[in-house]
Ligand binder design. Structure first.
Ligand code: FES
Length: 204
């Protein structure tokens, strides 16, 4: 191959590339690789579906202030071809004091901080709450606290949100509201705590 042919060959590569870039959208338009969205997707009600309930035995909470972590899975309707996206939401189930050893009282929260979405933690040492999160619980009871901007939530106090009174009052830091809560049932027959659904909405 002489020099001229070689240069022609080298120069033709970008031209060929440009041609492909120009023509491929036309082909994609004429023969799309993705089909239309499943029929009826847009008109379906946009509420998330839980995949399965989370169940604990009450014996896993032998006394007040025992906490258990869990992951709640739900499908959210999305405008994708699959029509859904799987979310895994970390949660805490906490037994709080009731009237006697057989009185099972709980708060069950999503661990996603309603300020900006970090994962908050359970802090049962008031000294850690004071030194690490700028808040000393007056009665020394445990709190939930977020490491990102130091929001602290008290599971024993309530806060008004719209028409509801929600537990997990923000007692320190910038969070605008208590954590999102899970609804749950206590099944006396099977002695279980069954977590059934999550309050809708995103952060804040
Ligand atoms: S994300 Fe939790 S306090 Fe900001």
């Amino acid at each position: 191959m002489n020099r001229r042919s070689f240069l022609k060959l080298v120069l033709s590569v970008p031209l060929l590339g440009a041609l492909v870039l120009f023509v491929s959208p036309l082909f994609r338009y004429l023969k799309p690789v993705a089909g239309p969205f499943p029929e009826g997707l847009v008109s379906k009600p946009l509420s998330p579906m839980r995949i399965k309930n989370v169940t604990f035995s009450l014996s896993e909470f032998p006394k007040p202030w025992v906490v258990q972590e869990f992951t709640y899975e739900q499908k959210n309707p999305e405008f994708t071809r699959q029509g859904a996206q799987l979310s895994r939401i970390p949660g805490y189930a906490l037994r709080i004091p009731g009237n006697g050893p057989d009185d099972y009282q709980f708060v069950v929260y999503s661990r996603i901080c309603p300020h900006m979405g970090c994962i908050f933690r359970y802090v049962d040492d008031p000294n850690v709450a004071a030194s690490g999160f700028n808040y000393r619980p007056p009665k020394g009871t445990p709190v939930f606290a977020c490491p990102c901007h130091l929001s602290v939530y008290d599971p024993l106090q309530k806060q008004a949100v719209g028409t509801q009174e929600l537990s997990g009052k923000v007692v320190s830091g910038p969070a605008p509201r208590p954590p999102r809560f899970f609804t749950f049932n206590i099944d006396k027959a099977s002695q279980t705590l069954v977590i059934t659904s999550l309050e809708q909405g995103g952060i804040s």
